[in-house]
Each structure stands twice: as C-alpha cells, then as structure tokens.
Write a protein that binds this ligand. Structure first.
Ligand SMILES: Cc1ncc(COP(=O)(O)O)c(C=O)c1O
Length: 416
C-alpha cells in the first residue's frame, strides 16, 4: 500500500484530510464509492473530502469544521439529518432484526404507506439504489410490451443501458446496446417527434427525469411524451430518484399533472436510509408475476421502517411548503446579491433545489463557479450544483447563507 505522503495541494486547509485521502485512495480507487463525492473530481481545495457526522441541516468534517449543508447527501435527506422520529423508528426495528428467513410484515406496511403518500400508483416493489429501480422499470416495460428499444434523456444510474445513453466514457459496456437506445433532449419537443417517428413502434419505454435541475422545468415535454407513449403503446417511466418526495408528496404527477405508467424512487424515500422503490399501474407491475426480479437485501427492514416514519411526517407536517418557501427565500437572496455585485450568474430551476447558472464563456463560467464555491466552502457553506433545502433548514440558516454569499461576492469583486 502506498502511504507515502505527498505535498498538501495549494489552498487545502487540512493536513488531516489530505493524509486520510492518500491512505484511502491507495486502497480504494476514487477513495470513495460515489463519483460525485470524489475529491479529485472538480477539485476545489477548500471543499472537505470527508464528513464525519451530520445533524439537522449541519455537518462536520474531520477537523470539526461546521457547514450549513445544501447537498443533502446528494439528495436523500429531505427532513434533515438524523430526524428524531425516523431515527427512533429505525432503533425500534433494530431491536427486532434487520433481515429474516422469510418476508417481514414491515414490507407491506411500508408499501401501503408509500402508495398512500404517492396517491397515483397501484402497486410497488422495493430495491436499494436508484440505478436498481431504473433498471427494474425498463425490464418491466420490456416484458409488458414485448419490445426492446428505449428512448431517454438524463442520468439514470451506472448500469449498462443508462451508462451508454448518458454519454460517459464507458469501457466495459457492450457498444452493441447502442442499437437499442435513442437519445432525447430534455425540453426539446422536436427530439421527441423525431425519435417516435423513426422508432415509435420498436420502443418498449421512454425513461426521463421529470426535472433536470439545471434547467427550468418543461411540463410541455412531459405532456408530449405522455401523448406519444399512448399513441405508440410505449411505457412512460419517470425517473423520480431525485424529484420523488421532494417536488411534492406525490412527486411529478402531483406537481406537473402528468402521470407515467411506472416511476423509479430512491432519494427522499427514507431520509438517507438505503431504500428505493418502483411503482406504477397494476397492469404493468403485474408483469412481475411472469418474470423474476429478485435480490436479497431489498426487504431489509431498517430502511423500510425509516420510510414508514418519513411518510408519517409527510402526512402530518407541511414539509413541502417549507421546502418551497425557504428555497424561494434563498433564491431571491442569491439573485439580489448577484445583481448588486454585478456577478454573471442567476438562479435557475425549481425552488426546492435551485441551481446557479453562470454566464460568459465556458472558461469564465468555470472560473467564476470555482472561485465562488472556494469562498463558500471556506465560510462553512456547503453545496455543489443543486441547493437542496431540507425541513431542518430555518430562515436564519438561509439568511446566514445569503450573507456568506454576499461576503464572497464582495471579496471576489475587491480582488477583480
Ligand atoms: C435522476 C437519477 N436517477 C438515477 C440515479 C442513480 O441513483 P443511485 O446513485 O442511487 O444508483 C441518480 C443518482 O444521482 C439520479 O439523480
């Protein structure tokens, strides 16, 4: 194992983080499991590579530095870290056990609670990750239609079908799969018409994220997809891995008024516990009776207990109104600050998770983004692209964050 220390990168505040990173990287390629958490990806020296604990809307790195967090563990945290009612439900289930030799009754209790919260789907099954459930939806659509092709926009996880369609470098994925994949562009109605005209009769499924956070939402795109899927007998799948339980209790069908045939859910369903679900119309879900989708850990009870508690909180508390209200406050504060300092950026997307759109040349955009986030991390504000609001954020956290953004812009303008 290579534990030889190399020099601290310029601007890196923490010798302890750097030493741990080197040790981790020597044993584990990337030094982590998740692409978006890689320290070497989009390197910003002040961003801590390791977080030791979190509570509410705050988290602490290995040096004990505190951050107001808007990354929400890449989306799963909707209520705030370690929401007491959810933690208590997990502790109670832990006393009974995690996994048994036959199904746990908790599986059906969770199914009922989630279907009731969603309000549009007839049936549901569980998995563990977002990639899992997107793949399950595609398998069901193929079984249901007897066709093989898919049309897609956006990211749906690392698995072969979606790896190719997302356009990452993909050594190890058979290129032959490309013959079955047809790319759509979010919001581009023409791309929908072209793909359906050329391949409508071959398509088993269209799978899209109802919102791409870096763009303004396009309900007209979703409506057109619904129309064309009906016309050609194609299964419409919404990848609600990130939008589910965040846009609204019922997700995209409630927010946009467009119903898919199947949806994939993951982040947001169990406040950070590893659970995902695919749900939809009975006639499509029932194809599970003639195919096999199975895995050992999908009925793990701690995450199901967490999900039941999360649904109860959604039922009782004005969670989504809070996310929208505070998101709007953050957004207005940011846009006012960008205007005041004449900084070439504006917020974009949906209030619950706005993005900052930088303007200028590609090089200018990159530099401005890098310089701004370098300042924000150093001041204890943590976000990446989307600024996820949780139920644990308070007005004072938002105001504090806007103040830190103003300070950052002030410092950048003094510099420039
Ligand atoms: C829209 C969307 N779909 C699918 C995935 C994959 O989920 P997971 O990382 O849990 O496999 C992600 C992950 O970021 C996502 O944002």
């Amino acid at each position: 194992m290579n534990t030889q220390s190399t020099a601290l990168p310029e601007g890196c505040m923490s010798p302890r983080h750097w030493a741990h990173y080197q040790k981790a990287e020597a044993m584990m390629p990337w030094a982590t499991q998740t692409n978006a958490k890689r320290y070497d990806n989009d390197f910003i020296a002040t961003r801590p590579p390791f977080i030791e604990r979190a509570e509410g809307c705050r988290m602490w790195d290995m040096d004990g530095r505190e951050y107001i967090d808007y990354r929400a563990a890449l989306g799963p945290i909707v209520l705030g870290y370690r929401y007491p009612e959810v933690e208590e439900a997990v502790r109670r289930q832990l006393d009974k056990g995690t996994l048994f030799s036959m199904a746990s009754p908790v599986e059906a209790v969770a199914a009922e609670a989630i279907l009731q919260t969603l309000g549009w789907a007839d049936k549901i099954r569980f998995m563990k990750t977002g990639a899992d459930v997107c793949a399950c939806c595609l398998r069901l659509a193929r079984t249901y239609t007897g066709r093989d092709h898919l049309a897609t926009s956006g990211y749906h996880g690392y698995q072969d079908w979606f790896a190719l369609s997302f356009g990452w470098p993909n050594p190890g994925v058979p290129v032959a799969l490309n013959d079955y994949i047809h790319k759509l562009t979010y919001g581009n109605l023409e791309s929908v018409e072209q793909v359906f005209k050329a391949h409508g009769e071959q398509l088993a499924a269209v799978i899209v994220s109802p919102v791409e956070w870096s763009q303004d939402p396009r309900p007209d795109y979703l409506k057109l997809l619904r129309e064309r899927c009906d016309q050609y007998g194609v299964v419409l799948i919404f990848d609600e891995v990130l939008t589910g339980f965040r846009l609204a209790k019922g997700g995209a069908p409630e927010y946009f008024g467009v119903k898919p045939d199947l949806s994939a859910y993951a982040k947001g369903i169990a406040n950070g516990y590893p659970l995902s679900a695919y749900a939809g119309k009975a006639e499509v879900m029932d194809t599970l009776n003639r195919s096999i989708i199975t895995t050992t850990y999908a009925g793990e009870t701690l995450s199901l207990a967490a999900a039941i508690a999360v649904m109860q909180v959604f039922e009782r508390e004005p969670v989504h109104a809070h996310l929208f209200r505070l998101g709007k406050r953050l957004r207005e504060g940011f846009d006012a600050a960008f205007a005041e300092f004449d900084f070439p950026a504006r917020t974009i997307g949906v209030d619950v998770a706005v993005d900052i759109a930088f303007s200028g040349t590609d090089a200018e955009k990159l530099k401005n983004r890098h310089d701004l986030f370098e300042k924000l991390y150093a001041k204890g504000i943590f976000a990446n692209n989307e600024w996820f609001i949780t139920y644990a954020h308070r007005e004072s956290d938002i105001d504090d964050t806007v103040a830190k953004l103003r300070e950052s812009l002030q410092e950048l303008s003094n510099h420039g």
